[in-house]
Design a protein around this ligand. Structure first.
Ligand SMILES: [Zn+2]
Length: 329
């Protein structure tokens, strides 16, 4: 099994490989993209590409460096410790800046990977200010890789000094191949998971494992069907199966909003539009059943309810109010 096989994201990999093979190693990168698109895997791939003993700009997967990085045991590849929610305190980051001046012990460079910076809602700006000097004037032997769900997490002063890589979804066929090769899924289960998670391999895996995402997909699909049938009772049933669980209701509404977004995309770009939501069939149906204005209004309503859930609104009241809004829109 190749630990460094990355599905899709070819242009980003080519960019990094070209830079390294021409001796222009990137010293600071950000990798952004939604959860499940493999940002951490891509960061590890970049670290291995930088430190691989073959020096071709692509991890060989066989040398000592590549093997140690794959095992999470390379002394020159480091990540700060984080809190239970994946957030960092400023004191977790300061040691990186002082450590960066010390030469690497095993390879030609040290790589600091700081994943999910967007989870550090309170400290993100301070952390970036602490890292700014390292990013502005990096020692020859260091590279810093930051990841977050979106570019908006980063300060303009950081964005202007880094290579920015957007992690993108892969094809459904690549997702299915990944599930069969790396997760030992049988073809039927893999196809089922791919119909929900689409080109987001992380989501496909979560679906296979039967977590929150799988329950959210079921509720969102039923909500979409109920909306197509304009059946108020079915809409209420679909929302009530979240059992007023805040995370599940949020997941359901986010996934339904993606179906609406896909329906808009299909209206604008036609049947061949690239879709990512968990119910392509419903998105196609809604694209013909709803005007763009109605879909946009519905999308805005869903976003405002998601914001309300994040602000601790009462979930039972939210379900009743949303049901009325969905019927009226
Ligand atoms: Zn190697």
């Amino acid at each position: 099994m190749n630990n460094y096989k990355i599905y899709g994201n070819n242009s980003s990999k080519e960019l990094i490989t070209n830079m390294i093979s021409k001796g222009r190693e990137p010293h600071s990168l950000i990798i952004h993209g939604e959860k499940g698109l493999g940002k951490k895997k891509l960061a590890s791939w970049v670290a291995a590409a930088l430190l691989c003993e073959e020096g071709s700009g692509t991890p060989c997967g066989k040398c000592k460096s590549c093997r140690m990085i794959a095992e999470g045991a390379h002394p020159d590849v480091m990540s700060p410790k984080c809190g239970p929610k994946g957030n960092y305190m400023v004191d977790d980051i300061r040691p990186i800046v002082s450590d960066a001046v010390i030469a690497p012990t095993e390879s030609r460079m040290k790589v600091y990977i700081i994943p999910d910076l967007d989870r550090s809602v309170v400290t993100s700006v301070q952390i970036q200010n602490i890292l700014l000097k390292l990013i502005e004037e990096p020692p020859e032997h260091t590279a810093v890789i930051l990841t977050a769900s979106g570019r908006e997490t980063f300060l303009p002063t950081i964005l202007s000094r880094v290579i920015s890589i957007g992690a993108v979804p892969v094809s459904d066929a690549e997702s299915a191949e990944y599930l069969e090769v790396y997760e030992n899924a049988d073809p039927v289960s893999a196809a089922d998971a791919v119909s929900a998670g689409r080109g987001n391999i992380g989501r496909c895996i979560e679906y296979l494992n039967g977590g929150l995402f799988k329950s959210g997909v079921k509720a969102a699909r039923e909500l979409a069907r109920a909306a197509i049938n304009k059946n108020e009772y079915q809409i209420l049933l679909a929302l009530e199966q979240t059992d007023s669980s805040r995370p599940l209701l949020r997941e359901c509404l986010c996934l339904y909003s993606e179906i609406i977004r896909d329906s808009l995309r299909i209206r604008l770009e036609g049947e061949n539009a690239v879709t990512v939501s968990c119910d392509e069939g419903a998105a196609k149906h809604l694209a013909t059943a709803m005007t763009s204005e109605r879909a946009l209004a519905l999308y805005d309503i869903l976003c405002s309810y998601i914001t309300g859930i994040d602000s601790n609104s009462n979930t039972s009241l939210t379900i009743n109010s949303l049901c009325g809004m969905l019927v009226a829109t």
